[in-house]
Design a protein around this ligand. Structure first.
Ligand code: TYM
Length: 328
């Protein structure tokens, strides 16, 4: 069985973008692949997080993994810090990464371009830790949204470099980016990715948004003045984004949705998108409220950490031996 690995960094509540671009795919793939998914909590603290809020977001994220349909019998689910090998291999990867490579990372460049000051060293070297997260498990595939593809490509470069320097050790992981829904855009500014760090909350739907709030956000999503329902991503990015959201969640082709709404108003289409999104949120949230009030979460991540560490320990031991860090 081929292996798949991925993670989410819950610096805030998980979003509909996380769900469509990543989480939903983890669930779809768990029957076909050996699935390893973790909560990237070390990645959360590259900037300051209020500790109680962080704890709540981590717990919510695990509950949401389960509520969305990840089955701990099939998938290994764990918290990154429960497997200390991540931090250790992360350091070794940082020693193998050139500054030029980190300077070319789009996420870093965007932050610099926005004039963000006070960027931490952890934020800068974060792609090295991400490479370690992946390579510890030698997965065949890494399912991610479009914005993480560059980090998986750097991981491949580092794997290749390590294999060349020290002999064959790592498998080349393939990024797996879905055709539909790999980049869900903000509802109030469709030129930007839907993200937890959106200013204000209007552009972002959270998986724990009350459905009424989510509906309001969709009904007031920014569209255009063209007034025709069609697929024109360049000139009607807001409309395209709404159709893409509905298509991903209903497993219908985007063209099929356009056909149904041809000649109708944007309001009618938005109502359909809101119906599809709210039905999905209600399904996820009813499971979430059962899980968050039970003791399932602790058990799932304790079991997951044991399974994950068995693999991670072996890889790290091999790496340390090859690099010459051990005297035996
Ligand atoms: P993060 O937490 O920003 O996002 C988690 C996953 O959700 C996807 N995603 C989106 N997909 C579509 N539309 C959007 N608007 C959207 N927003 C987010 C992301 O592409 C990602 O797949 N560095 C990673 C976490 C990580 C990781 C890893 C992932 C750490 N180590 C190892 C894979 C393998 C991150 O910050 O993702």
């Amino acid at each position: 069985m081929k292996r798949m690995l991925s993670g989410i960094k819950p610096t805030g509540q998980l979003t509909l973008g996380n769900y469509i671009g990543a989480l939903r795919n983890f669930v779809n793939y768990q029957d076909e692949y050996e699935m390893i998914v973790f909560i990237a909590n070390l990645h959360c603290i590259t900037n300051y997080q209020d500790p109680p809020a962080l704890r709540k977001n981590l717990k919510d994220a695990i509950a949401l993994y389960l509520a969305c349909g990840l089955d701990p019998e099939k998938a290994t689910i764990f918290l990154q810090t429960d497997v200390h090998e991540h931090a250790e291999l992360g350091y070794i990867m940082a020693c193998m990464t050139y500054l030029g490579e980190l300077n070319r990372m789009t996420q870093f460049k965007d932050k610099v371009a926005k004039g963000e000051t006070n960027l931490s060293a952890g934020m800068y070297t974060y792609p090295c830790l991400m490479a370690a997260d992946i390579l510890l498990y030698n997965p065949d595939y890494v399912p991610v949204g479009d914005d993480q593809k560059q980090h998986v490509e750097l991981t491949r470069d580092l794997a290749h470099r390590f294999n060349n320097l020290y002999s064959e050790t790592f498998k080349m992981p393939e990024p797996l980016v879905a055709k539909v829904g790999a980049r869900i855009m903000s509802l109030d500014d469709p030129s930007k990715k839907m993200s937890k760090s959106d200013r204000g909350d209007k552009g972002c739907i959270y998986l724990l948004d009350d459905p009424k709030t989510a509906r309001k956000k969709i009904m007031s999503a920014v569209t255009d003045s063209v007034g025709i329902i069609q697929l024109d991503q360049k000139n009607q990015p807001g409309l395209y984004n709404l159709i893409e959201i509905a298509s991903a969640l209903s497993n219908r082709d985007m063209e099929d949705i356009v056909k149904e709404f041809k000649g109708k108003g944007y309001g009618e289409l938005k109502k359909y998108v809101a119906d599809v999104v709210c039905a999905e949120l209600e399904r996820i949230q009813s499971r979430y409220y059962e899980i968050i009030n039970s003791d399932t979460i602790e058990k799932v991540i304790a079991d997951g950490a044991i399974k994950a560490q068995r693999i991670a320990y072996k890889t790290l031991s091999k790496v340390k031996r090859k690099v010459g860090l051990e005297i035996r």
